[in-house]
Design a binder for this molecule. Structure first.
Ligand SMILES: N[C@](CCCC[B-](O)(O)O)(CCN1CCC(O)CC1)C(=O)O
Ligand SMILES: [Mn+2]
Ligand SMILES: [Mn+2]
Ligand SMILES: [Mn+2]
Length: 301
C-alpha cells in the first residue's frame, strides 16, 4: 500500500508564526525514508504552496480570523486527501495547524462515508462561530464537520456529515465552557486526561474503539495534535497545556490503532518549529516522526 504524504505548510487557523514550517522540518528529519524502511511505498508531491489571501481581502467574519484563507486552503486539502483515498492510498497530512482537519476529514468522508474519527488533542477543537473566544479556526474544525452552529457560508463546502457518535477524543484537558456544553448536548465521547489516569491508556483506547467501531469494521481517520502530549514531550507547539500524555501513552495510541488494521487516513498537526530552542524543536519534530511511524506499523519487538 502507498502512503501519500500531503505537506501542508499552513498557519491561517491560528495566530502564531511558524506552524507552517512544520511539514518541511518533519520531511527534512527523514520521515519519508523512515516510512520506506517500514515497507511502505511513499508518494510525496512536494509541499503545497498556499498563496496567502491578503488580510485586506479577508476581513474577519464575526470573530473568525482569516476565514476565506482557511476555507480556500482546507477545501483544497479535502480534494487532495479525497483523491488519494479514492485511489486506495493512505493520506498522511503533515500540518500546519489543526484547522486543516476540516479538509482532511472531509476528504476521508467523501471516500469512506462510514469512517470514524479518533481525535488526539488537549483541546476539543469544537467551538462554533458563536462559542469561540479567540476566533482562531484551529479551535473549530470539529463543529464544522458535525454541522453544528450557525452556518458560515464560506464553509458550506465542508462535509458536515460526520455523526457525533463517530468521533471520540483522547487527551482532553483544556476545553472551553462552550465546548463542554456542545460535547454534552451531542453526547460526544471524550476520554480526558482524568480517564487516562483512572483507567490507563490501554483501557482508554479499547473503550474509544468500542465506542466508534464496536465491531472493528469501520475505517479510522486518526487526527493527532501533538499538543495532546505533555509539553515536556512535545514542547514546540502553539497551544501547550501541562498534564498531557506521556511519550509512551502517545505511542501506544498509535500502535494500537495500527493493530486494528482499520487506519485509512492520518493527520499530524501543530508542530511549530519556531517556538522553542533548537533542542526542543528537534525533540518535537522527532516525536512527530516517531508517532507517525508507530501509527504506520513500527513495533518495538
Ligand atoms: N479552545 C481554544 C484553543 C484551540 C486550540 C486548537 B488546537 O488545534 O491547537 O487544538 C482557546 C483556548 N483558550 C484560550 C484562552 C485561554 O485563557 C483559555 C483557553 C480556541 O482558540 O478555541
Ligand atoms: Mn487541535
Ligand atoms: Mn490542541
Ligand atoms: Mn495545538
Amino acid at each position: 500500500k502507498t502512503i501519500a504524504v500531503v505537506g501542508c505548510p499552513f498557519s491561517g487557523g491560528q495566530p502564531r508564526v511558524g506552524v507552517d514550517k512544520g511539514p518541511i522540518h518533519i520531511v527534512e528529519a527523514g520521515l519519508l525514508t523512515q516510512l520506506k524502511e517500514l515497507g511502505w511505498n511513499v508518494q510525496f508531491d512536494g509541499h503545497h504552496q498556499f498563496e496567502e489571501i491578503s488580510a485586506a481581502n479577508d476581513p474577519p467574519i464575526g470573530k473568525l480570523k482569516n476565514p476565506r484563507f482557511v476555507s480556500k486552503v482546507t477545501k483544497a486539502v479535502a480534494q487532495v486527501v479525497g483523491d488519494h483515498a479514492k485511489k486506495g492510498k493512505l493520506p498522511l497530512t503533515i500540518g500546519g495547524d489543526h484547522s486543516l482537519a476540516m479538509g482532511t476529514i472531509s476528504g476521508t468522508l467523501d471516500t469512506y462515508p462510514d469512517a470514524c474519527v479518533i481525535w488526539i488533542d488537549a483541546h476539543a477543537d469544537i467551538n462554533t462561530s458563536d462559542t469561540t473566544d479567540t476566533g482562531n479556526i484551529h479551535g473549530m474544525p470539529v463543529s464544522f464537520l458535525l454541522g453544528l452552529g450557525s452556518k458560515v457560508p464560506e464553509f458550506s463546502w465542508v462535509k458536515s456529515s460526520l455523526r457525533p457518535d463517530r468521533i471520540v477524543y483522547i487527551g482532553l484537558r483544556d476545553v472551553d465552557a462552550g465546548e463542554k456544553r456542545i460535547l454534552k448536548e451531542n453526547n460526544i465521547k471524550a476520554f480526558s486526561m482524568h480517564e487516562v489516569d483512572k483507567y490507563g491508556i490501554g483501557k482508554v483506547v479499547e473503550m474509544a474503539l468500542d465506542h466508534v467501531t464496536p465491531n472493528r469494521d469501520r475505517p479510522i481517520h486518526l487526527s493527532f495534535d501533538v499538543d495532546a502530549l505533555d509539553p515536556t514531550v512535545a514542547p514546540s507547539t502553539g497551544t501547550p497545556v501541562r498534564g498531557g500524555l506521556t511519550f509512551r501513552e502517545g505511542h501506544y495510541i498509535c500502535e494500537a490503532i495500527y493493530e486494528t488494521g482499520l487506519l485509512v487516513a492520518l493527520d499530524l498537526m501543530e508542530v511549530n518549529p519556531s517556538l522553542e530552542d533548537e533542542a526542543s524543536v528537534k525533540q518535537t519534530v522527532a516525536v512527530g516522526c516517531s508517532l507517525v511511524r508507530s501509527a504506520l506499523g513500527e513495533t518495538l519487538l
